[in-house]
Design a protein around this ligand. Structure first.
Ligand SMILES: Nc1ncnc2c1ncn2[C@@H]1O[C@H](COP(=O)(O)OP(=O)(O)OP(=O)(O)O)[C@@H](O)[C@H]1O
Ligand SMILES: [Mg+2]
Length: 413
């Protein structure tokens, strides 16, 4: 077997993807009858799984992947889908055009007549120019696309990565767009019912979609979608990863090295597992020796202050500013600051509640006691859903990731 590579941020190539085979089987199985949402926190491997689905399709599917993180309107979503379609399979795109999708037919005609080679760039421009009123007509174009796929030979799986970001962008631009889109999208997913449909949607994102929709009062907009949670790596898997990666590179190490990595990681965010193991390997390469648990601890301590960790961890800190509204936003920083200084036993829910109340008072927030409690419960749920914290035993909480806890303490407590 080929030696697995280290990945420290970019999506993992299908051949180097660890421990995800059962999950991938499960997704294909679910897709037979339902649309699917992959739910998982940041940096745990959603995009890598989606790439695997796209490059190893099953059941005759054509898989079209798009990342919609930087989009802010449904019109852009459908333009992107069409561009990716064109890039992936021009024959099928032509078939879709012929089957009665007038606007697409015009775009392809235009490219054929005006551009020497039928390039993706030419198509993109032609597509945008084929309707000066794209934004107003997005529903019509979206419906034409779906109708054309339904008439075609192959089932199509549309993967929409980072959909919650698109929803938040639409919300910030104009709330009526997002409500309109959610209602429309739900109808399209139900008519026909998925088991009778050639179109399948797989959506995912790092921001919690349910909480995003909850804030808009729109959770029901996705209650038809099967939610598949990417499983957290187990302690045994962490140990296997470290043992295999070091073994394949012939790095001699004590028997407790992989268990020490597992312990220092806490909840193992796959990216941090990769970073830590790569650091061990690099440390050995620059100073060949038998690696011990003490070396692992020193490597972790150094890693917390490293630029690499800073780059990777900073967004966990920043995204609270982006996605949490006041007063939850500053209260989240205050609670996480306290928690980062706690022992490995974490802090009790009561202690965190009192921290929360104290914070609201200091900020001059005037609200009733039940209101404050409701906000506290919501905040705790969000911090748990977004994987900052976990309940470690009855009514006590701690940071979910040991690495993040140490980093938070160093820079933000
Ligand atoms: N199955 C896996 N085996 C080993 N490492 C993995 C695995 N999945 C993810 N990783 C690690 O996580 C990193 C991020 O992977 P990926 O981009 O797929 O995650 P993501 O959940 O889509 O991230 P984001 O939340 O930023 O979109 C990879 O560079 C790699 O270090
Ligand atoms: Mg991703």
């Amino acid at each position: 077997m080929k030696r697995a590579e280290f990945y420290t941020g970019e999506p993992v190539e299908p051949l180097d993807l660890w421990f995800r085979d059962p999950f991938i089987d499960q997704i294909w199985e679910k897709l037979r009858r339902q649309h699917v949402l992959i739910s998982a926190p940041r940096r745990t491997g959603k995009t890598s799984v989606m790439n695997h689905l796209a490059s190893n399709p099953r059941d005759g599917y054509l898989v079209v992947y798009q990342n919609v993180q930087d989009l802010s309107h449904p019109a852009q979503l459908f333009q992107t889908i069409l561009e990716n379609f064109f890039e992936l399979n021009q024959e099928l795109t032509k078939q879709l055009a012929i089957s009665g999708f007038g606007m697409l037919k015009n775009a392809i005609e235009f490219v054929r007549k005006n551009v020497d080679s039928v390039s993706a760039g030419g198509f993109k421009i032609a597509l945008r120019n084929s309707d000066p009123d794209w934004e107003r007509n997005w529903k019509q174009h979206g419906e034409s696309l779906l109708a054309a796929i339904r008439k075609s030979q192959r089932p199509v799986l549309l993967i929409i990565d980072e959909l919650p970001d698109l929803i938040l962008e639409m919300r910030d631009r104009d709330e009526t767009i997002v409500r309109d889109f959610l209602a429309w999208f739900r109808v399209q997913r139900q008519n026909p019912v998925p088991s009778q449909d050639r179109v399948r949607w797989l959506i995912g994102g790092s921001v919690n979609l349910t909480s995003t929709l909850d804030e808009l009062g729109e959770v029901a907009a996705i209650n038809d979608i099967a939610i598949e949670t990417l499983p957290a790596l187990t302690r045994d898997q962490v140990i296997e990863f470290v043992t295999q990666m070091l073994g394949a590179r012939e790095v001699p190490h004590d028997s407790d090295v992989s268990a020490t990595v597992a312990k220092r990681l806490g909840r193992p965010i796959p990216l941090f597992l990769q970073l830590a193991t790569q650091d061990i390997y690099r440390s050995w390469r620059s100073n060949p020796r038998k690696i011990s648990a003490k070396d692992v601890n020193a490597i972790f301590d150094a890693m917390i202050s490293s630029q690499a960790a800073q780059d990777k961890l900073q967004h966990y800190h920043s995204r609270i500013k982006l996605h949490y509204k006041q007063p939850k936003q500053s209260a989240a920083y205050s609670i996480l600051g306290q928690l980062s200084q706690s022992s490995s036993r974490g802090l009790s829910r009561r202690a965190l509640l009192s921290e929360f109340f104290g914070h609201l008072d200091a900020q001059g927030w005037k609200s009733s006691e039940p209101d404050k409690r409701r906000q506290f419960n919501q905040l705790m749920r969000d911090l748990e859903n977004d994987f900052y914290i976990v309940e470690i035993d009855d009514e006590s909480y701690d940071f979910a990731s040991g690495l993040m806890k140490a980093w938070w303490k160093k820079y933000y407590a």
